[in-house]
Ligand binder design. Structure first.
Ligand SMILES: Cc1cc2nc3c(=O)[nH]c(=O)nc-3n(C[C@H](O)[C@H](O)[C@H](O)COP(=O)(O)OP(=O)(O)OC[C@H]3O[C@@H](n4cnc5c(N)ncnc54)[C@H](O)[C@@H]3O)c2cc1C
Length: 447
C-alpha cells in the first residue's frame, strides 16, 4: 500500500502532467498515495478559448474530465477549492472545512486576472480566462447583434457593437481576430440592418507594439493584419480608470465600448500570495533548479514543488520562464519525473527550460509562429497552429472532436446559436436599454 502522501493542488497544464507521470509508473503508484484537488472537475485547454468564444470550436471539446484521468491513472481526485495552505503543519484546508495532510506538496494553482489596481477595472470589464467567460462572450456578441438589428438609429447600432479590449498580448489579439472573423463572415451577412460601419473593435496596449513577447516583425504583421480588418490599435496607451462602458486613458482621452474585455495581465492567486515563501517582485514563488521554493528564512523546502504560472524559475540568462502552457507542461513533466525517480530510489535531475517558441492565431486560416527558431506566418502557420494544438490536446477523444471542429470550420461558417439566456449575458441596466431612443451621437462616443 502506497504510504507517502502526495497532494497535487491544481489540475491545469502543470498539475495534470505531474498526475499523469505518477499514474504511468508502477513504482510511483506503489510509492505515492496521490490526491489531486481542483475547484473544477475538468482541465481546460486555454489556447483554444478564443476559438470557443466564437463558436469555431465546441465548448466541451476543450474540456477534459479530471475524474476520468484520475480513474485511468489510479489516483484520487477531489473537486474542491483550496482555501489555505499551512506549510508548517503540512496541511491544506479546503472549502467546507475539509483538511488534507501531505508529505509532498505540488502547488500548480495557475494565475488570476491582474487589474494592476486600475480603478473600476475589476467592476466594469469582463475577464477572459474560463470556459464560462468564453461562452458568455459568444452569447453576448450574438445578443448584441440581435439588439443592434432592432435599434432605431445608427448611433445606437454603433454603440451596441463597440468592443474595447484592454491588453494587446496573445489573448487580446486572438480574441479581436476571432471576433472580427465571426462578425464579418457569419453575423453581418445575416443581419440586413447592419453593416461594417456599425462594428468597432479597439485594442488598448501599453507597449508600442502588439504581442510584445513576439519577434518585432511578427508584431508588425499582427498590427497590419488587424488594422486591415478594421481593428483600431491604441498602442503605448495606459488605462487610468474604467467606468461602465468607458475606458479612460492616462493622456486624458476616453474610449467608449459597450463590451469591455480585460486581457492585460495575470497575478498569482491569493492562496499562493499568502504563502510565506521567497517571491519574485511580481508575486510568483521563486523556485530553484529542482522547482522547490525556499521559506522566508531561506530554508529550502524539498517537500514542496511550485510549478506553472505561479512559479518563477530563473533561467541561465537571468530571465524567468514565460507564463505559458509550454512552461507549465515542462515543469509538470519534470516534477512528475522527479517523483517517479524518488519512488525508484534514484536522485532528481535539475530542471532546464527550453523555450520552443510561440503561436498566435489570427482567426480563420491565419497565424504567426516561431517554433524551434523557425518563423512562419499566414495559412501555413495556421495549419501548423491547428496541428500543434491538436497533438497537445489531452486524450484521443478530444483530439478527434477538435479535429472535426477544425475541418467543419474550414467548410462552414461559425455556429451563431445563442443558448445562454439574456439575463446571464446582460446587466439589469443593459436589459432595460431603450432601442427606440436616438442614443449617444458619434462625438460623444469618441471623446
Ligand atoms: C485565454 C487564454 C489563452 C491562452 N493562450 C495560450 C497560448 O496560446 N499558448 C500558451 O502557451 N499559453 C496560453 N495561455 C496561458 C496558459 O494557459 C497558462 O500559462 C497555463 O494554463 C499555466 O498552467 P498552470 O498549470 O500553471 O495553470 P492552469 O492551467 O491555469 O491550472 C490551474 C488549475 O488550478 C485550479 N485552481 C486555481 N485555483 C484553485 C483553488 N483555489 N482551488 C482549487 N483549484 C484551483 C484551476 O481550476 C486550474 O485547473 C492562455 C491562457 C488563457 C487564459
Amino acid at each position: 500500500m502506497a504510504g507517502h502522501k502526495l497532494l497535487i493542488l491544481g489540475g491545469g497544464f502543470g498539475g495534470l502532467d505531474v498526475a499523469r507521470a505518477i499514474g504511468r509508473s508502477r513504482a510511483a503508484r506503489g510509492y505515492w498515495d496521490t490526491l489531486l484537488v481542483d475547484k473544477e472537475n475538468f482541465f481546460q485547454f486555454n489556447p483554444l478559448l478564443p476559438a470557443v468564444a466564437v463558436g469555431a470550436i465546441e465548448t466541451r471539446h476543450i474540456a477534459y474530465p479530471l475524474r476520468e484521468m484520475a480513474r485511468h491513472r489510479h489516483i484520487r481526485f477531489h473537486k474542491n477549492k483550496v482555501e489555505h495552505i499551512d506549510l508548517a503543519a503540512r496541511r491544506v484546508t479546503l472549502r467546507n472545512g475539509l483538511v488534507e495532510s501531505w508529505d509532498t506538496l505540488v502547488v500548480a494553482l495557475g494565475s488570476v486576472t491582474h487589474h494592476y489596481g486600475v480603478p473600476g477595472a475589476a467592476e466594469h470589464t469582463r475577464p477572459f480566462k474560463t470556459l464560462v467567460d468564453a461562452m458568455t462572450l459568444r452569447a453576448r456578441v450574438v445578443e448584441l447583434f440581435e439588439m443592434a438589428e432592432q435599434a432605431g438609429t445608427d448611433a445606437q447600432k454603433r454603440r451596441l457593437l463597440s468592443f474595447v479590449i484592454v491588453g494587446g498580448g496573445v489573448t487580446g489579439v486572438e480574441v479581436a481576430a476571432e471576433l472580427l472573423d465571426m462578425a464579418r463572415e457569419s453575423l453581418l451577412p445575416r443581419y440586413p440592418g447592419l453593416d461594417r460601419r456599425h462594428l468597432s473593435v479597439t485594442i488598448v496596449e501599453g507597449n508600442d507594439r502588439p504581442v510584445p513577447a513576439a519577434r518585432p516583425e511578427h508584431s508588425a504583421y499582427v498590427k497590419r493584419f488587424l488594422e486591415q480588418r478594421g481593428v483600431r490599435l491604441e498602442l503605448g496607451a495606459r488605462v487610468s480608470r474604467v467606468e461602465a462602458r468607458r475606458v479612460h486613458l492616462a493622456d486624458g482621452r476616453a474610449l467608449d465600448g459597450f463590451t469591455l474585455l480585460w486581457t492585460a495581465g495575470v497575478a498569482v492567486p491569493p492562496v499562493v500570495q499568502a504563502l510565506e515563501l521567497e517571491k519574485h517582485r511580481d508575486g510568483r514563488v521563486l523556485v530553484d533548479e529542482r522547482l522547490n521554493p525556499r521559506s522566508a528564512d531561506g530554508q529550502a523546502r524539498e517537500d514542496v514543488f511550485v510549478i506553472g504560472d505561479c512559479a518563477a524559475s530563473v533561467r541561465e540568462d537571468g530571465s524567468m520562464q514565460p507564463q505559458l502552457s509550454q512552461s507549465a507542461i515542462a515543469m509538470g513533466a519534470h516534477v512528475g519525473r522527479t517523483l517517479v525517480r524518488r519512488a525508484e530510489g534514484r536522485a532528481a535531475e535539475p530542471f532546464r527550460f527550453r523555450d520552443v517558441g510561440y503561436i498566435i492565431s489570427l482567426g480563420k486560416h491565419s497565424s504567426v509562429l516561431e517554433l524551434f527558431g523557425v518563423a512562419l506566418s499566414g495559412r501555413l502557420a495556421w495549419l501548423a497552429w491547428a496541428g500543434a494544438y491538436l497533438l497537445k490536446m489531452v486524450g484521443i477523444r478530444k483530439q478527434i472532436e477538435v479535429g472535426i471542429d477544425h475541418l467543419t470550420h474550414l467548410f462552414f461558417e461559425h455556429d451563431t446559436s445563442q443558448i445562454l439566456a439574456r439575463r446571464a449575458i446582460l446587466t439589469e441596466e443593459e436589459l432595460d436599454l431603450s432601442l427606440a431612443s436616438p442614443g449617444p451621437d458619434d462625438e460623444e462616443q469618441r471623446r
